[in-house]
Ligand binder design. Structure first.
Ligand code: EPU
Length: 413
């Protein structure tokens, strides 16, 4: 079994270029199934979840190829073949093929998706909203007549449900309006891709999105920068000390994370596509962090920030309102000396010196938290469960090495 061996306590210094966003690339790839022509995608990250999505596309008769870092997807010959359960269960975003398959073929099997275990992750909101625009369910099958359309009101602004509706809307004769839609930047990115492919969409990035289906054609599109990868490197440097400059990122998509790090004593400078962060001698507590849908503090950045705050000076309070089980990293942080009190969806973090330990990533962002903590801790840590990290972080080890981290992939038994 492979693990990262990290000798912590070294400050990190240097510059990195941020990759394309995982949570944007995955829905855009699901959208490619709708386009009966070739699409060229730039800035798609080379991560395991993208590989899995490409496998799903190929399994459905699409052609995919990487050429000089550009991803080509051609869905002209796509068939309505079902996605094998084992493939669907490898990640959460496989559920988005429900919307794109309904729009393209009018029917699809409802496969239960997999993904990180962060508490219950039902798809009831996806199904209820699809039915509101005219879909029908028969056991595990879902149907969408060509005449579909109408208004769907989401009781909660679910990111995945909003994306599924947007994809399904591409196959509806009538206009589709999504009320209480998710406003995450990745939703806007999906809309921009669909617009480039011919759809008519207004309001993406607000709580009310209107979509009118138009004949789709091939498109070239550049995926937005990954705001969570950005947040992860910022937290790592805030925790370990040092300075970092991140290029090709989008500071405006992660303002609450930047504000929390500034509150912790970091000096943060933002430019159009660049962020510079300089860590203080000792990081201070960030006050109260409440995760919630965009534009609030993103749940995906909660674990890395908690890891940074675990070694900081003072008390930070985390309220996780998005996922009921997103404190899976706490047990391992405690093994490193962290003082964290859990009370349901609240975590009280009393900053304490961290030391190296044997750690196991249990989910993607929890894994990033353990790496962050290990970089700041005294002594050597090993982080296993690397398959979680590989699902969402491209070149993590190489990038941290570039910043001066003592990090190596090793075999452990
Ligand atoms: N929910 C329901 N029913 C539904 C859908 C969602 O109860 O039908 C609940 C979930 O259980 C959860 C909350 O609503 O408690 C939020 O779920 P949402 O649907 O908004 O999230 P998602 O689409 O499953 C995406 C990202 C997550 C990110 C969340 C929130 C992808 C592939 N995943 O998940 O990213 O945390 O939005 O921003 O886009 C990650 O990258 O590590 C990750 C988990």
């Amino acid at each position: 079994m492979q693990a990262l061996r990290i000798r912590g306590g070294l400050p990190l210094r240097g510059e990195l270029t941020i990759h394309g966003a995982k949570n944007s690339a995955l829905p855009i790839l699901a959208a490619c199934l709708l386009v009966p022509a070739g699409c060229e995608l730039y800035n798609v990250p080379g991560i395991d979840d993208v590989d899995c999505t490409l496998e799903i596309l190929r399994q459905q008769g699409c052609r995919t190829a990487w050429r000089d870092g550009v991803l080509l997807v051609d869905a002209q010959q796509a068939s309505g073949r079902e996605i094998p359960e084992a493939l669907a269960q490898r990640m959460r975003s496989s559920v988005l093929f429900l919307g794109s398959r309904l729009a393209r073929f009018g029917a699809a099997e409802i496969a239960q998706p997999g993904g990180c275990e962060l508490g219950p992750r039902p798809i009831d909101l996806h199904l209820r909203a699809l039915c509101e625009i005219g879909a029908s369910l028969d056991g595990t099958r879902c149907f969408l007549p060509k005449s579909a359309g109408g208004t769907a009101h989401l009781p909660y602004p679910s990111v995945g449900a909003t994306e599924n509706l947007m994809l399904a809307a591409c196959g509806c004769a009538g206009p589709v309006v999504i009320e209480n839609a998710a406003c995450e930047p990745e939703i806007r990115d999906l809309a921009q891709f669909l617009i480039a492919a011919g759809m008519e969409i207004t309001g993406a990035g607000t709580a009310r999105i209107t979509l009118r289906a138009r004949p789709l054609h091939g498109a070239c599109y550049t995926v937005m920068p990954d705001r969570i990868e950005t947040a992860t490197y910022l937290c790592a440097v805030a925790a370990a000390g040092g300075e970092i400059t991140l290029h090709k990122t989008a500071p405006c998509t992660l303002l609450p994370v930047l504000a929390a790090l500034e509150k912790g004593g970091c000096c943060v400078q933002q430019y159009a596509e660049t962020i510079c962060l300089s860590a203080p001698q000792r990081l201070c507590a960030a006050g109260t962090i409440v995760t919630a849908p965009y534009p609030a503090f993103p749940t995906d950045a909660q674990p890395p920030l908690m890891a940074a705050m675990a070694g900081a000076c003072g008390q930070t309070r985390f309220a996780e309102t998005v996922f009921s089980g997103r404190f899976g990293h706490v047990a391992d942080l405690r093994r490193m000396g962290a003082r964290i009190v859990l009370d349901g969806r609240l975590a009280l973090v009393y900053g304490a010196p961290l030391h190296g330990a044997h750690l196991t990533a249990k989910d993607l962002r929890g894994g990033a938290a353990l790496v962050t903590a290990a970089l700041s801790a005294e002594g050597v840590s090993t982080v296993s469960g690397l398959h979680h990290l590989r699902r969402g972080y491209m070149e993590l080890e190489e990038n941290l090495k570039k910043l001066g981290a003592d990090i190596l992939t090793v075999e452990i038994s």
